[in-house]
Design a protein around this ligand. Structure first.
Ligand code: DAK
Length: 259
């Protein structure tokens, strides 16, 4: 499949790299890009050989938000009918395989929200995160007020959303928004190495681990721990558990088949 606003590659076995590619607009998310992103996510979901996704932009911008030029003249009714962000966002939120965001440069507005919908963010030293929608007379619209607050806490979320200030990579790491910060020329290498490790694990165990960490945001501690115990037990139904443990005992590399 070829896309106009994305570059989709397979840099290594099991890893799909989706690069947002509207450099002239700092990867602003317009309806075409979001439509194509939805199609790329559908294709990756159906393809059993894909075990981990990486979502990235350019060195200058992961994405500078939704396309303001496309949105500016829309009415309430237009926005309701078009609802142009929701389809791709739902697909990303419900994507069952792991997705890593590799963020360099600007991740603003919908760009920051898109990065936060991924399972974790690895950032370059030049990354800048922000929810500057207040400057445009609007609010974040695709989870920014909710996810940013859960990830960095109320004080920083209020500060960023109400003043529109950006958070640099070092602050984002201190605040827990990103898992690691690396030099810009090492970003892709680092992220692809992490994605390669994930792709080498049992895809069933990966899916369950992802589901369990996500549950921590949706349930009480008691319910989450009970769910973890039940899913842990259920992993013993898979061949991959036998293979993983046998490989450890036999001092060899496991060969996970996803069964
Ligand atoms: N939209 C459209 N074009 C953009 C853009 C954007 N968000 N951001 C940058 N560009 C374009 C610029 O207009 C410029 O184009 P030309 O003028 O060359 O044609 C080009 O990219 C380069 O940008 P600059 O010349 O401004 O570059 P600078 O280095 O000077 O500044 C900047 C970089 C990132 C600080 C600046 O471009 C900037 O402030 N950009 C806007 C950031 C922003 O406000 N982002 C939030 C957008 S609102 C929805 C849910 C959610 C949303 C929408 C709908 N629904 C549920 C339906 C989300 C809304 C948002 O994200």
């Amino acid at each position: 499949m070829t896309y106009q606003t994305l570059i989709v590659e397979t840099p290594s076995e099991g890893v799909t790299l989706i690069r947002l590619n509207r450099p002239e607009a700092l990867n602003a998310l317009n309806s075409q890009l979001l439509d194509e992103l939805g199609q790329a996510l559908d294709a990756a979901a159906l393809d059993e050989t894909v075990r981990c996704l990486v979502l990235t932009g350019s060195d200058r911008a992961f994405a500078a938000g939704a396309d303001i030029k496309e949105m500016s003249d829309k009415s309430y009714a237009d926005m309701m009918k078009l609802d142009f962000f929701t389809g791709a966002a739902r697909k990303l939120e419900q994507f069952r395989k792991p997705v890593i965001a590799a963020v360099s440069g600007y991740a603003l507005g919908g760009g920051c929200e898109l990065a936060m919908m991924c399972d974790f963010i690895i950032a370059s030293e030049t990354a800048k995160f922000g929810q500057p929608e207040i400057n445009l007379g609007v609010s974040p619209g695709i989870g920014g007020t909710q996810r940013l607050t859960r990830f960095v806490g109320k004080a920083k979320a209020m500060d960023m959303i109400l003043t529109a200030r950006m958070m640099d990579a070092a602050e984002a790491e201190r605040a827990g928004l990103v898992s690691r910060v690396v030099p810009v020329d090492k970003l892709l290498e680092t992220v692809l190495e992490a994605a390669g490790k994930i792709a080498g694990h049992s895809p069933l165990a990966v899916m369950m681990n992802k589901e369990l960490v996500e549950a921590a945001y949706e349930t009480t501690l008691t319910t989450g721990v009970a769910l973890e115990r039940r899913l842990f037990h259920s992993l013993f139904a898979f061949e991959d558990q036998k293979e993983g443990m046998a490989a450890f005992v036999e001092k060899r590399k496991p060969d996970f088949r996803g069964r």
